[in-house]
Design a protein around this ligand. Sequence first.
Ligand code: ATP
Length: 246
Amino acid sequence: MTILEVKDISQHFSEKKVLEHVNFTVQKNEIVSILGPSGAGKSTLFNIIAGLLQPSSGDILLNGQSIIKSPGHVSYMLQKDLLLPYKTVGVNVALPLILKGVPKKEALVQASELLDQFGLHGISQTYPNELSGGMRQRVALLRTYLFSSELILLDEPFSALDTFTKDEIHEWYLNIHRKLNLTTIFITHDIEEAIKLSDRIYILKDHVLNEADSIVISKEKKDLEEFLLSTEYLDYKRLIMYCLNH
Ligand SMILES: Nc1ncnc2c1ncn2[C@@H]1O[C@H](COP(=O)(O)OP(=O)(O)OP(=O)(O)O)[C@@H](O)[C@H]1O
């Protein structure tokens, strides 16, 4: 089932052409990555999907309804976690519920349950600066989920983390994605991360991105470690590097 349709989006800033006839879809429960060189227009595309930027032309449909220049329909998380430092982790996670009008006490109970469910026991009463980078990102991801569960946009959420923490958080995210039935679009520069996490990869290059050029990653995600050592994985990597360079 198609959740998101990006229809013929073009974006020019004065004379500068950034996106030109971008067309793709995202299906329910997919993880889709958008890979592309620096300055290709990935964040611009996310800002358009998030309703923060009006494109020069084209349309964005969420479940068939246009969401052009209409923020609040999708959840959007940037590289920096933007947790409120003077609020506890529990309040930070509960914030979307409180903003939706859920009474604070009830919101805190729900936030605490969500933290417990996803391996973050006993940190509700702590403050963000008491947590490691990886833990902060997990807290921020759970908060992003509570903003709206339909579609989550993640702009390089793991790029500041070290390899070891990244590996752990990838496994963790795949788990919550599955359990919470999420649909996610990732922006990343990291080819390995894209192969590991995605069902499909789109490459944004020379202002263009087309549904027909998506790379489908068919893998048994049951054993991620085995997959990362397989020739199949290397073949995907080679293919993506070729697409980025030609
Ligand atoms: N508001 C704006 N006005 C003018 N130019 C802009 C504006 N926003 C983005 N750009 C330009 O559009 C191009 C694409 O920027 P964007 O941030 O979308 O790329 P990106 O692929 O996300 O890059 P990176 O991977 O480095 O974050 C850049 O050349 C940038 O300078």
